[in-house]
Design a protein around this ligand. Sequence first.
Ligand SMILES: [Zn+2]
Length: 397
Amino acid sequence: MTKDTFMSAFTFESFKCEVSFNEIVDSYTGEKTRELVLRNNNNENFRAAYLYGEGLKEISRSKSGEKNNILGEFLGIKKNDLNSMMSFFKKYGFLFCLKDYEHFITFHINDVVYIKDNLEALINIFNAQDTNNINYKTLLDSVLFLLLNEKRDIKIEDNICYSPSNNDLLHYIINANKIRFDTNNNIVQIPRGDGGTIPAYRVTDHILNEGINDVIIDEYKDLMDNNDDSLYFLRQIVKSYVTKNTSILNIDECLIIDFLYHFSRRISIISLDNISLDMPFQEEVYEVLIEEKNSDLKQALLKISKYLIEKELNHFLSEIKPKYDANTMRPNWNLPSLLSAMYLSLFYLDSNQAMHRICQNINCNQLFLVSKTNQVKKYCCVYCTNAVSQRRYRQKK
Ligand SMILES: [Zn+2]
């Protein structure tokens, strides 16, 4: 046991990487994209530890001035910034274990971005749990991203290295069928303004105070008869809302369908083509969401976000096994990859004590771990603190 791992919750060992890239042309679209070409650098060990209050860090770095914030630097990689992506893997090794590959392997940069976005959405939701100051825009974008983005496995050669949490609920919504009212006895007559009544279908609802909602049958039929493609996902949401089967879905999943239904009806329709972490909606949408009249939706969104934290984290932790180390006489974890070490670092994040904050150096903007009681720390590292004070000094001159 070395001094630098004494205060750590867990350690991780692997190798740094040799990285270059290929330009590839998609044979169907003609579009140019790039893929990484990498293999372990067997001469350079990589060792990291999770230090309480500091996060996941490389241990025994030779150059002490350099940034050492694995999670923040990974999330800070911009979509098309191949250089920062390559230098990350040179510095900390690849996301997945490459020890079974003697040769160079290729990995698509879009896949790195996809993995990063899934992790980033989860961390955004973690950060939003600070109930004094909830950023509903980030929360909404991240929750919808995790619920509705297309999940896909990622392979290195023929081996699956990444498999996201399941998308069963999205499939349930996409496969929902129209209801046939004539065979159903949940039909009620609701009073109309002119003294008459109008038939409606009574649905259980986990957001409205009444616990039920009456969907007017004529409006339902109009929507189903409308073949407009832009309303496709709305039709599926409404179908699944009306036919919601509580013996298949758990209470959280019912709440999610109810949320999607009321959000679509009151605020904005959702298009599956626009699901991304940045700006799927116009600014007004977020402004309407935070209005007082939608406080039931905000509450539901928070509940859903807690459900997603458990679902995502438990999914990615399931590949990690506890491992007792008799040499050090300390507990440790069997970590299959650098990515799993990043997810485990969230497991150790005690949200009552610490949180991720965004570095205020505008050229950095990376997340870093900080104690909640620390109001002073604005920058992720000494380098950023110095960069900002030098910039201020130059501006003054
Ligand atoms: Zn910084």
